[in-house]
Design a protein around this ligand. Sequence first.
Ligand SMILES: [Zn+2]
Length: 411
Amino acid sequence: MDEEQGQATSEDSINKVNMRMEYLSLVKLEDIQRHQKMKDQWVGEGERNSAFYHGSLRDINTALMCKWLWRFSNEEGAYWRCKMAEKYKVDYNGWDSKIPYQPFGTGLWKGICTNMKAFKEGLTARIGNGRKVKFWSDQWLGENPLKESFKELYKVSRKQNALVADMMQTDGNGRVLWDLDLPRRLSDQEAREFSQLSFLLETYELNGNEDTRLCRGERNGKFSVKSCYEVIHKGGIPNFTEIGIWDQLIPTKISFFIWLVYHNAAPTQDNLAKRGMVVVNRCYLCCADGETVDHLLLHCSFANEIWTSFLAEFGIRWAFQNQVKEVFEEGISSIFAEHGNYLWRLLPYAICWVLWKERNERYFNDKEKGVDKIIMEIKAQLLYWLGPSKKLGGIRFENLLLDWRRIVCKM
Ligand SMILES: [Zn+2]
């Protein structure tokens, strides 16, 4: 027995040694290759300031420093954090260190704190009681701080520095009411922004707990140097102005609808229920499930049939996203012939909009269309958006119906 164990152990240790050698040689090889590549680039470009040589190293360094900022905000009880907090003081939110202003003895931490802006851009907050997050200037609702998304409203707000908690009131039934303390008279633009912001606020779900901080690049919300580096290296998190929701080819009211979809704030029945309306939550397209934005426009069997049919026509097999939001973030690669790319880019907008109209027809007028008619309507919608801009160069509706494949793939 003892002998067997002894043998196993020595074999084990030999394995371990081998694995370690293998690992080390791999690391070494990788290192050599990396250095070679850096050197080649340096020599090739004739200067030390090549993007490879400095850009990526600088971004890795920033990401590593951001990790310290993340640790500062998350390790409240740790000894080192207490010492740092004592020396540099903590910001209003209880998460961040104040940026050192003393001229001496603060070099390292001051250096780390210069990355605060980049660090915060990669974060979002989940609001509980709203006591740690500034309503206008922190990022918590949508993809930018509200003062950037709703500029005009911010200008006239009388509580520009307020915390989220300062803007909330609770009525007798425990429902949260938002009081933004705005002037009585709003201009057209301010009123438009006000209605958009109200939509977002009314569908935001609060819990009574403490506010928490999440990393936007990671699904689990935890910080990782890798994702932080990627965000910095790519130049930030994409936002909806970059992903084309306000495309000039799409009518504004449809852009606005998609914007609501993107923020999970479209007036679907689950969202109406969140706003305190009494509804029987049922999807009118499949009659089988409850209605949420993601169900109605993506997962519903009716919607799914339409997506699948279009993807097949584009010759694409696609792993389905979990959220409609991700469909719009996915980014569109130029893989088709010219007309195909235009059609492909606007397709998600057309599908969502036509499905939404169909849902309303069924909901309010008790009329319904089948999948084939909806597909035709989506193609008509695309032609209507793209036709006048000459992007489709004289292609007619019959062509779209009959020759779709040829139009998409024509080289
Ligand atoms: Zn459904």
